[in-house]
Design a protein. Structure first.
Length: 135
């Protein structure tokens, strides 16, 4: 791919991640905790896809597995961060299917959601910073 196309793709993933980041926070503030966690997954997926494009110089794959995206992007992360990505993957699956969604609504407390959103914010900001430093 041409460098200009790569930069456009990276910008696309970063801009849409930022948009969804705002949505994630708004959903949390409106007490829609399980929905905010679904968007936490989307935010991390998109910023990881920006890293994938940057690393591979190609389109990001149409997958949603955060750990796999991190691996494709060759990002070095801690075991704690990798475990966090595994946990966050669950919100993508569980929020999409009705039987899981109902059980998710019942399980997610404000405290649980706040802890997860805070960690998402931390990982998201770290990944954004790394992207900007690699330019």
């Amino acid at each position: 791919m041409k460098e200009i196309s790569i930069n456009k793709l990276i910008h696309y993933w970063m801009a849409t991640a930022e948009h969804d980041f705002v949505t994630m926070n708004a959903l949390f503030k409106s007490k829609r905790y399980s929905d905010s966690l679904f968007f936490a997954h989307i935010v991390l997926e998109k910023i990881l896809k920006a890293h994938v494009v940057k690393h591979t110089k190609d389109q990001a794959p149409r997958i949603h597995d955060l750990v796999r995206l991190q691996e494709i992007a060759k990002l070095e992360i801690s075991k704690e961060e990798k475990d966090f990505l595994y946990t966050t993957n669950e919100f993508n699956i569980r929020a999409r299917y009705p039987d899981y969604k109902l059980s998710l609504y019942k399980q997610i407390t404000k405290e649980y959601a706040k802890n997860h959103i805070d960690k998402t914010i931390s990982v998201y900001k770290k990944l954004c910073l790394e992207l900007k430093q690699k330019k």
